[in-house]
Design a protein around this ligand. Structure first.
Ligand code: FES
Length: 156
């Protein structure tokens, strides 16, 4: 049996039928073809699946879709719109390009959504605090220095 839920995804209201065990990550990727959000570990260890739910960053692999009924979800596909600049990249996306803050790019959608959430949280100000606040997002290519550079560009 499926359960009816309503989600606002990247500004669009979607009425959805989901199995009770479907994660938000699988709903986004498999049902809605929003494959920008990546599945790395599927158990909360890597951060590749990070999206914003009601403005807060979460690992979408750990969230059951039915638990988010009524929520507002922003994925990397909606980040530009979320940044409020018509047709332009989100400032974080532009900074990641400028700073070469990726190598293979697999972790990048999660890094971007996590950075957006971290900035909204407002706790991290120093480089050390940014590194700590972004420590849930693993980059196997080791682009960390450039990732922090890019985030600092946006914050200052
Ligand atoms: Fe969700 Fe790794 S896929 S944390």
């Amino acid at each position: 049996a499926t359960i009816g839920i309503s989600l606002t995804i990247n500004g669009e209201v979607r009425e959805l039928q989901v199995a009770p065990w479907t994660t938000l990550l699988d709903l986004l990727r498999e049902d809605l073809d929003l494959t920008g959000t990546k599945k790395g570990c599927d158990h909360g260890q890597c951060g590749a699946c990070t999206v914003l739910v009601n403005g807060t960053r979460i690992n979408s692999c750990l969230a059951l879709a039915v638990m988010k009924d009524g929520a507002e979800v922003v994925t990397v596909e909606g980040l530009a719109k979320h940044g409020g600049q018509d047709g332009a990249m989100h400032p974080l996306q532009a900074a990641f390009v400028e700073r070469d803050a990726f190598q293979c790019g697999y972790c990048t959608p999660g890094q971007l959504c996590s950075a957006a959430g971290m900035i909204a949280e407002g706790h991290a100000t120093s480089r050390e605090e940014i590194r700590e606040a972004m420590s849930g997002n693993i980059c196997r290519c080791g682009a960390y220095t450039n990732i922090v550079d890019a985030i600092e560009d946006v914050m200052h």
